[in-house]
Design a protein around this ligand. Sequence first.
Ligand code: SF4
Length: 164
Amino acid sequence: MGVARGLLRRIRATGRIAEPAPAAAPEGLPEGVGDLAGSVQVRHVDAGSCNGCEIEIGQAFGPVYDAERYGARLVASPRHADALLVTGPVTRNMAEPLRRTYEAVPGPKRVVAVGDCARNCGVFAGAYGVVGAVGDVVPVDVEVPGCPPPPDAIVAALRGLTGR
Ligand code: SF4
């Protein structure tokens, strides 16, 4: 009981820790984002990342940056998703799974390439196991630059999809 009281006191004293809202959704939204009606279910695909981008995506959906407050939510299956959040250069082993995952997402669907590797292979360009950038395998609607991109840039890109 004492532990629970102490925890409640700590929660009350800490208050809200979420970052203030980042800049509003960027201009030049991809065509048809209105079809997603302000709520976007997101399936993350690691196509060959070093996991640096995953750490930032984890932050984007954590309590501080809290992408869910703008209507973006991670889901476990592409069949439940509206959008793919793809990281890494696409490796030989992940090209076909990425294609199949894209096909499994019902339309209208969007693809967000997160990080320089996803955009143009980044530091892995020319590596023997790399097929290409995400855009070489599936159509990309939004790119988030950076190695890795900061969580607020990822949140801003997701806000571009939700329009919130
Ligand atoms: S962009 Fe940078 S952090 Fe992200 S997968 Fe590539 S090397 Fe890793």
